[in-house]
Every structure is written in structure tokens, then in C-alpha cells.
Design a protein around this ligand. Structure first.
Ligand code: ADP
Length: 378
């Protein structure tokens, strides 16, 4: 039987009955197969055509056998046949070759083809057997997936573009508002007005910082986040950050545990300060009802290691791996604490761009420690 191409054909001998039985089994398999099984000569003339081939291509056995295989090959794919025949003539198989064939009604059939040489008793290649699996369904699913992916990507790009534009547009009026508020503060003298002005300025500051974060996100997405590195004392950055945050958060005692007086590193001081303030702000925001934050600053083999520890709500272990993802928030755990899920993403990007590492350790109900390292020399 031609389709049994894996072994040389046996000549009829005294095991004739056994051969006949084997051939009957193979014929039953070929007839029952869902895959088209076709055999052809090396000249491309079809010599067998199973029922699945009839279902797949629309030609019945009588219409196909004796015809050239080009019957089902699209004009622009004729050269594939030469490649197949040349491989087969050299005794090579072709496995899972994805291609297109044409059915009798002119429709395209997406196929995965496996072709094996048919070898006669003298070991000579006399033809080819093809197994063709209809993968139109798979292709349609794949095409739909690709289409949806492109659609989501385009929408995502539009969203990033919008965030960039919106934050840019918001920044200008915010800067003017801050300026006018400053002028007003210098003009107003009564206490109540001064208090309201102070509160307004605090809110404008919060808004400005949110808008800056959004602008940073779009800069990162566009690959435009610039670092301007210089040598500075990281301990001093901590001193400043603690002073700044203690001012509005009297309840929290922020202690810096370190034996370092001064540690010069080469990095972008504004961006490093941004990370430190972000971690300290989170430590305060996610620790309601507590009053202590510990900051660790150590020097280890060529790098500085920083830790910010709080005794707040903590983070469930399965959420820990996601907290540095853009816009990710552990919402269900802290429904009352508002935020955009940007701070840790920005911190991660800034630290990684400095060739450092950032990670968190946490236990729900006990607290969290956020760590980062930065190389001393870059
Ligand atoms: P935001 O705080 O604005 O939501 P972040 O990117 O700073 O965004 O943080 C992402 C999420 O990680 C937060 O929503 C919060 O669930 C969690 N998280 C961050 N810092 C802490 C912390 N110190 N303690 C507990 N959860 C935290």
C-alpha cells in the first residue's frame, strides 16, 4: 500500500495472508482518517485519494486519481511542489509544512502537510504519500487573535498618547495657579484666608505631583525618560526627604538606621529622591494607625542598599509580584486609600535604569519593607 511509506514494501511471499491482513487494516485506517491521505508519483500524478481528501477538496476519487497534483495547488504556490518533490526524491520527509490548497469550489484550504517518500522493494523512491490536516479553524482563531492583539495595541498606544497629551496640557494651568496662589499669599493678611490659601496650595501640590507622575509614565512609554547623573550624598537626600515628610505627618516617627554619615553615589539625584519620597509616602499611606517607619541605609560590595520599613497593612504574598506593574493596585485590601498605581512602577523604572534592583518583603497585618540598591559608580 502506497501510504505506508515508512518501511520498504514487502514482496508477496509465503506471508501473503499476513500481508493482506496488514493491508486491510491500513486501508481501514486510511478510509476512516479525518486527515486527507493522498499518494502521487514523482511526476506528481495522483495515485490514491482517501474519503477525507474528497471531503476536504471536493473532488471524488475518480475525479482526482490520474490527475496532476496541481489540481489543488494555487498558481502562486506551484514552486512548493518542486521543493517537495526534490526532498522526497532524496528520500527526505517534510513535516508539518503549513500551506494553502484550493478546493474544487475555489475556496482556500489551510493545511498542515506531512509528506513521506514511498520506497519500492529495491529501495528506490517511486512516489510520495501526503497527509494533509485542515487547519483552517486554527488559522481563523490565530488570525482573530492577531487582529485583536493589533486592536488592543493600537488602543493602548492611543491611551498612552492621550495620557501624555493630557498631562502636558494640565501642567501649564497648574503652574499658573501655583504662581497666582503664591502672589495671593503675599497679599492676604487675615488668618482665615491664609489658612484656606495654604490648604489650596497643598491640594495644588498634590495635583501637580499626580500630573508629573502621569507625565513620567508617558515619557517612559515613549522611551524618553532622561537621567541626568551627578555625584551626590544619598544620606543627605534621606535627611531632606524625612524633613519634608515629617512636616505634614507629625504622628510618624521616621528613624534612619545607619552608620553612614556621608555616601557619595553617582545617579540622578531628583529621580532617586522621587523614589525615596514615593516609598516613604506609601509607608505612611498604607500604615494607618501606626506611628513608626524605619529607614535602613547600608553600603554593600559596590552598591548602596536602602530599606523602608513600615508596620502597616502589608501585602498578600500572591500580590507582591504585581505591585511594580503600571496601574496595579491591591484594591480589595485598601479600598479607602486612593492612588493611581503609578508610584512603584516609576520607582522600579528609575532604579532599573540606574542598574539597581528593587523589591519588597511583606506580611499582611504586620508590615512591609521595600528595598532598593544602586551601584556606587555608574
Ligand atoms: P498607589 O499607592 O498610588 O496605588 P503604587 O504604585 O505606589 O500606587 O503602589 C501600588 C500598590 O502597592 C498600592 O495600590 C498598594 O496596594 C501596594 N503598596 C505599595 N506600598 C505599600 C505599602 N507600604 N504597604 C502596603 N501596600 C503597599
Amino acid at each position: 500500500m502506497e501510504e505506508n511509506a515508512h518501511a520498504p514494501m514487502q514482496s508477496p511471499n509465503n506471508s501473503f495472508n499476513l500481508n493482506e491482513q496488514k493491508q486491510a487494516i491500513l486501508a481501514a485506517i486510511v478510509n476512516a482518517s479525518d486527515d486527507a491521505i493522498i499518494s502521487k508519483t514523482l511526476q506528481g500524478i495522483i495515485t490514491s485519494w482517501n474519503p477525507a481528501a474528497e471531503r476536504m477538496f471536493g473532488y471524488n476519487e475518480a475525479e482526482a486519481v490520474g490527475k496532476h497534483i496541481s489540481l489543488i495547488i494555487p498558481a502562486d504556490r506551484m514552486s512548493e511542489e518542486d521543493v517537495i518533490i526534490s526532498n522526497i526524491s532524496n528520500g527526505n520527509r517534510i513535516d508539518h509544512f503549513e500551506t494553502i490548497r484550493i478546493a474544487k469550489d475555489g475556496s482556500q484550504v489551510f493545511l498542515s502537510l506531512s509528506v513521506s517518500p514511498i520506497i519500492d522493494e529495491s529501495g528506490k523512491v517511486i512516489g510520495a504519500s501526503k497527509i494533509a490536516r485542515d487547519i483552517s479553524g486554527q488559522m481563523a482563531v490565530q488570525e482573530e487573535k492577531e487582529r485583536l492583539y493589533e486592536q488592543v495595541k493600537a488602543l493602548n498606544d492611543k491611551k498612552d498618547e492621550f495620557i501624555g497629551l493630557a498631562s502636558h496640557e494640565l501642567k501649564t494651568p497648574l503652574t499658573s495657579i501655583s504662581g497666582y496662589l503664591q502672589i495671593l499669599s503675599n497679599m492676604v493678611t487675615d488668618e482665615k484666608s491664609l489658612l484656606f490659601l495654604k490648604k489650596t496650595r497643598q491640594q495644588v501640590k498634590k495635583l501637580s505631583s499626580l500630573v508629573s507622575d502621569l507625565l513620567d509614565v508617558s515619557k517612559i512609554e515613549a522611551g524618553k525618560l532622561q537621567l541626568s547623573k551627578e555625584s551626590f550624598d544619598i544620606r543627605q537626600v534621606f535627611n531632606n526627604a524625612i524633613e519634608l515628610l515629617s512636616y505634614g505627618n507629625h504622628r510618624y516617627q521616621m528613624s534612619l538606621e545607619t552608620d553612614i554619615d556621608e555616601l557619595l553615589i553617582t545617579a540622578d539625584p531628583d529621580r532617586v529622591e522621587q523614589v525615596i519620597i514615593n516609598l516613604l509616602t506609601n509607608a505612611i499611606r498604607y500604615s494607618p494607625g501606626t506611628d513608626r517607619i524605619i529607614i535602613y541605609l547600608t553600603r554593600e560590595a559596590g552598591e548602596v542598599k536602602v530599606g523602608v520599613r513600615d508596620f502597616g497593612v502589608g501585602i498578600a504574598p500572591e500580590k507582591l509580584k504585581d505591585i511594580f506593574i503600571r496601574f496595579y493596585r491591591v484594591d480589595d485590601a485598601n479600598p479607602t486609600i486612593s492612588g493611581l498605581g503609578i508610584g512603584l512602577y516609576l520607582s522600579h523604572e528609575i532604579i532599573v535604569r540606574h542598574k539597581g534592583r528593587i523589591w519588597a518583603e511583606s506580611e499582611p497585618g504586620i508590615g512591609s519593607t521595600f528595598w532598593f540598591t544602586l551601584p556606587l559608580d555608574q
